[in-house]
Write a protein that binds this ligand. Structure first.
Ligand SMILES: NC(=O)C1=CN([C@@H]2O[C@H](COP(=O)(O)OP(=O)(O)OC[C@H]3O[C@@H](n4cnc5c(N)ncnc54)[C@H](OP(=O)(O)O)[C@@H]3O)[C@@H](O)[C@H]2O)C=CC1
Ligand SMILES: CC(C)=CCC[C@@H](C)[C@H]1CC[C@H]2C3=C(CC[C@]12C)[C@@]1(C)CCC(=O)C[C@@H]1CC3
Length: 331
């Protein structure tokens, strides 16, 4: 039977490159591209099939920031499939980023330069907004919409017939100091992106605790810094092009500059090939590229407590319950 792999945010960037690399490794897969824009999803599907005609590629429309759309997509997936072997929870946003140029320059002359250039600590803030469901957009897109999707797909993921896998696209910029259990949506801070990535690291740990016995395993990967629509929102493409000689030099010291989405997909593809029991739930798997352009996977112990992970999980369960009631009342 063909393995079924669902990828959110498959229409561009690392999600699209991941699909291409998965089919290069095994064109006997069924890939389902979960995208918010139908035309971009179809274009990605056509390009994948042109390169691998033997593969099966389908699309499903989902806007993970809109919970009605998530419920609709999950219903459609339950209708189409009996099981999902892998779900890549990859769609993500960083809206209206502001790069602190002064902090960037001073970091270039500090001893923490490699750390700052790998994590963007102290360099970036964002403007968040509230969605029609009354939730913070970065939180709902990067974390909560995916959480509700996983809940809705439970019957396809916990089927008792071998393990299923969740693989989250996190980030090296996930930072404990930017997350608070009292404000899980980061409604009162200026670093919602970092907070959301830290929240999904916690969530992955909690999902392992609650679902491993039922055959569902969750992992967290970071693709490194790549040139995608997300990073072109931070600086325009011509500036990236101008900085490229400097970045190639920096890459000899900072392995996080994977630069292309295909390089960035390294850890996500590597995880696909691993036995879930062999993975550490408290480890983040990082794509890395050497100064000479070779890709490899490295690991980082996540800076979190299992107690906080469980508390976040419980608060997301509560929130999901409340939101469902509101949606059902309105319909
Ligand atoms: N670029 C980088 O350096 C890094 C990126 N990441 C993470 O990688 C992931 C992919 O980003 P990347 O490839 O860089 O950027 P892209 O902007 O190229 O890709 C983001 C993908 O998410 C989709 N998406 C965004 N919002 C929604 C939504 N509401 N519903 C459904 N899909 C949505 C986009 O769809 P559409 O095509 O319609 O816009 C797109 O396919 C993100 O989670 C990001 O945080 C992590 C570390 C570094
Ligand atoms: C000289 C040089 C390397 C300049 C680049 C400066 C900045 C534009 C980058 C430095 C650290 C980068 C970074 C990201 C974006 C680009 C930088 C701020 C991310 C925030 C992209 C999305 C992530 O998930 C994490 C990345 C951390 C590092």
């Amino acid at each position: 039977m063909r393995k079924v792999v669902l990828v959110t945010g498959a229409s561009s960037g690392v999600g699209r490159a991941l699909c291409q690399r998965l089919l290069e490794a095994d064109d006997g897969l069924h890939l389902c591209l979960a995208c918010r824009n139908r035309a971009r999803a179809e274009a990605a599907r056509d390009a994948l099939l042109a390169a691998r005609p033997r593969a099966q590629v389908s699309t499903v429309q989902v806007d993970v920031s809109d919970l009605r759309s998530v419920l609709r997509a999950a219903r459609e997936l339950r209708r189409r499939f009996q099981r999902l072997d892998y779900v890549y929870l990859n769609a993500g946003i960083m809206p209206s980023p502001h790069l602190n140029i002064k902090a960037l320059f001073s970091s270039l002359f500090s001893r923490r330069v490699v750390h700052v250039l790998s994590t963007a600590e102290g360099l970036l803030t964002q403007e968040d907004r509230i969605t029609a469901d009354g939730l913070q957009e970065v939180f709902v897109t990067n974390v909560f919409g995916h959480f509700v999707l996983v809940q809705e797909l439970e019957s396809l993921l916990c089927h008792g017939d071998g393990p299923s896998r969740l693989i989250w696209t996190s980030s090296r910029s996930a930072r404990r100091a930017n997350f608070s259990l009292e404000d899980v949506q980061h409604s009162s801070g200026r670093e919602p992106y970092s907070s959301s990535k830290y929240a999904l690291d916690l969530l992955s740990v909690a999902l392992n605790r609650n679902f491993n016995q039922r055959g569902l395993f969750s992992s967290v990967a970071c693709p490194g810094t790549m040139l995608t629509n997300l990073t072109y929102g931070i600086l325009p493409s011509f500036l990236w092009t101008l900085m490229m000689p400097l970045i190639w030099l920096v890459r000899f010291f900072a392995n996080a500059f994977t630069l292309t989405p295909s390089n960035g997909a390294e850890a996500l593809v590597w995880l696909f090939h691993q036995k879930p029991e062999s993975l550490n739930p408290l480890t983040k798997y990082l794509s890395a590229t050497t100064g000479f352009g070779s890709n490899y996977v490295t690991t980082q112990k996540m800076d979190l407590s299992e107690d906080t992970a469980e508390k976040l999980y419980q608060s997301l369960l509560d929130l999901a319950q409340r939101v469902r009631v509101t949606i059902l009342d309105a319909d």
